[in-house]
Design a binder for this molecule. Structure first.
Ligand code: AMP
Ligand code: ZN
Length: 109
C-alpha cells in the first residue's frame, strides 16, 4: 500500500528506530511512547487489522516476535495490545502489536 506509513517504514522509505527484524516482521520504537518501553511490531506485508480475514496466524507470529524481543532484551514483564478498528482506537490501518513495558500505574487496565 503506497500511502501506508507502516508499509513505508517496512520498506525503509520512512525512518524508524528498529529493535527487531526478520524476513517477514519488523519492530520499531513508537514515535509517541506511552510507556518507558513502547515498540510496535508489524508484518512487513500490508494487512489492515486483526479484523481482517486470516489475521490469526500473523497475530501468532507477532506474539512470537514479542516473546523473542522480551527474551533478547531481558524484559521480564510487558503488555501486548492490539487496537482493532477506529472504534477500538486503531489510528494506523496496518496491523500492529503494541509492546509496552516499564513504569507502572499508567499501564494498568
Ligand atoms: P494505533 O492507535 O494502535 O493505530 O497506534 C498507532 C501508533 O503508531 C501510535 O502509538 C503512534 O504513536 C505510532 N506512530 C505513528 N506514526 C509513527 C511513526 N512514523 N513511527 C513510529 N510510530 C508511529
Ligand atoms: Zn501498510
Amino acid at each position: 500500500m503506497t500511502d501506508c506509513i507502516f508499509c513505508k517504514i517496512a520498506q525503509n522509505s520512512l525512518p524508524s528506530e528498529i529493535v527487531f527484524e526478520n524476513e517477514n516482521f519488523l519492530a520499531f520504537k513508537d514515535i509517541f511512547p506511552r510507556a518507558p518501553i513502547h515498540y510496535l511490531i508489524i508484518p512487513k506485508n500490508h494487512i489492515e487489522s486483526i479484523a481482517s480475514d486470516n489475521s490469526e496466524e500473523i497475530a501468532g507470529e507477532l506474539i512470537r516476535a514479542a516473546k523473542k524481543i522480551a527474551e533478547d532484551k531481558k524484559i521480564s514483564g510487558y503488555k501486548l495490545v492490539f487496537n482493532v478498528g477506529e472504534a477500538g482506537g486503531q489510528i494506523v490501518p496496518h496491523l500492529h502489536l503494541h509492546f509496552l513495558a516499564g513504569g507502572d500505574s499508567e499501564l494498568k487496565i
